[in-house]
Design a protein around this ligand. Sequence first.
Ligand SMILES: Nc1nc2c(ncn2[C@@H]2O[C@H](COP(=O)(O)OP(=O)(O)OP(=O)(O)O)[C@@H](O)[C@H]2O)c(=O)[nH]1
Ligand SMILES: [Zn+2]
Length: 190
Amino acid sequence: MTSPVEGPEVRDPLEEVARRLLVEIGEDPDRDGLKETPARFARWWREFSGYDAGGAETRFPIVSQGQIVMVSDLAVWSLCEHHLLPFSCTLTIAYKPDGDVLGLSKFARIAHRHAHRLQVQERLVCDIADEVVAATGSADVAVIGRGEHLCMSMRGVRTPALMTSSVFRGAFEDYGPARQELVATVFAGR
Ligand SMILES: Nc1nc2c(ncn2[C@@H]2O[C@H](COP(=O)(O)OP(=O)(O)OP(=O)(O)O)[C@@H](O)[C@H]2O)c(=O)[nH]1
Ligand SMILES: [Zn+2]
């Protein structure tokens, strides 16, 4: 039986990036505790950038006309494109079905798909709204995000704060019943 020929170990270029980073901040990348860190760093960035939220859109026939569907307290993590630091964001996605309704889990998949990118929170909610419009065929879509950004909490101005960003389309644009129901749900909490 022949054994497979072992070639030279192929390192992910991101490991070199991590080693360089460690050296630049005055660390020894070969010390115990850091030896495996470049490989872990490379795996984490590949996981982040190659994230696949999967799942085809599953639609069901609409149950009742004029209903508002809201999925609230969806918690996602994203990375701020300015500092590459995480921000957490709690999202509420609302829409008025027009035709079919979308499977509940698909909203979480859509949210994660757009969070797993370098983002700013304003664009995150718009990207999610755009995909919900495309997936549901409804023009009445709203997304509200409430986030805490580590780039503001742990560095820079070092002040934890909550940022709210929102997008209101169609029936949610004016401060009518749809918008009022949405805002009441978001601020009532669970
Ligand atoms: N509007 C918005 N601002 C963000 C978001 N994430 C980070 N920021 C801000 O982007 C800005 C980047 O500003 P710069 O002046 O280029 O960076 P900086 O010198 O590190 O700024 P400081 O954070 O104030 O120290 C900062 O005010 C951040 O707080 C986001 O999702 N939306
Ligand atoms: Zn930032």
